[in-house]
Design a protein around this ligand. Structure first.
Ligand code: G1P
Length: 305
């Protein structure tokens, strides 16, 4: 009882999460030639661009202001969230259903872009958004990681943040031989208030060699961070891969600020890889009411060959 009371009380003391940063400046070389003229984030998973899934996830979590860290050749991402006057007036004249465009609508002023001029790493991309983030805690969503669940991953994290405050990252377990592609946590105590899904983070290491990884729990592309991370990033040296790593900056904040990991209860698809992209497309198609049955029949027919 006392714990429930305390946690309910603490809900009011944490500044709400209203801003999210989406690093979308990457070159998308793994998907060439598809991404020569089209940003990777606009590749469709069925009929929605990849970025739309991340924006929807942020909105579900109550986030209002979306900050895109873009680069050269990425303006089409912003176009996707603008009003397409000719398209829309023609559709209206022809009496077409306009509701399909609803997820692309933005309250004026709530979509902000900043440029990352040189690809110096994820930490550098986030730092490019410092003036817009200001003094507020904020979320980060890496659109390559497609998270599907009810509630969504960011909503689950915001709920946890409302309990414990501080900094949170989403984690999931991967086979030990895969850890060196990710940021890895050194886990501490598991808190019981969220069905064992909240773990204390005692250390963080970016892309460790398999035999030096502190666990097989990897950072899966969702973060809630305090604005102090921007000051930490300011003096951040290059890390793994010669890039300025967000993980290294976060690691330096452990001990000074609360740090927890949320194990997401839903599904995660790695759309940064071609097979992950295919998996996401198939899995989501199978779940969709408008096509699930038909896609299942197609898949079964193909597999029977
Ligand atoms: C980034 C992060 C890493 C995280 C991963 C999730 O790595 O640096 O900590 O685990 O995203 O996708 P990247 O995929 O940019 O190499």
């Amino acid at each position: 009882m006392a714990r429930a009371f305390l946690s309910r009380q603490s809900m009011n003391t944490h500044k709400p999460i209203k801003k999210a940063v989406f690093p979308v400046a990457g070159l998308g070389t793994r998907f060439l030639p598809a991404t020569k003229a089209i940003p990777k984030e606009l590749l469709p998973v069925i009929d929605r661009p990849l970025i739309q899934y991340a924006v929807d996830e942020a909105r579900e979590a109550g986030i209002e202001q979306m900050i895109f860290v873009t680069g050269r050749g990425k303006t089409a991402i912003v176009e996707n969230f603008d009003i397409a006057f000719e398209l829309e007036s023609t559709m209206a004249e022809r009496g077409k259903d306009m509701s399909v465009l609803e997820p692309t609508r933005f309250t004026p002023g709530n979509l902000i872009t900043v440029r990352q001029q040189v690809p110096l790493g994820l930490g550098h991309a986030i730092w490019c958004a410092r003036a817009i983030v200001g003094d507020d805690p904020f979320a980060i969503l890496l659109p390559d990681e497609l998270m599907v669940g009810k509630p969504g991953c960011m909503k689950q994290m915001v709920d946890a943040y409302n309990e414990v405050g501080g900094n949170l990252i989403s984690v999931l377990e991967v086979p030990q031989d895969k850890v060196s592609s990710y940021g890895v946590i050194a886990p501490g105590a598991t808190l019981d208030m969220l069905d064992g899904t909240l773990t204390e983070v005692k250390g963080l290491v970016e892309k460790p060699p398999v035999d030096q990884a502190p666990s097989n729990k990897i950072i899966s592309g969702r973060y809630i961070l305090q604005p102090a991370v921007m000051r930490t990033l300011e003096g951040q040296e290059k890390g793994a891969g010669g890039e300025i790593q967000l993980t290294d900056a976060m690691a330096r904040m452990i001990g000074e600020q609360p740090f927890h990991a949320v194990t997401f209860g839903g599904k995660r698809y790695d759309c940064g890889s071609k097979t992950g992209f295919v998996e996401a497309t198939l899995a989501i198609a199978l779940e969709r009411e408008d096509m699930g049955t038909e896609v299942r029949a197609i898949a079964e027919r193909l597999l029977a060959k």
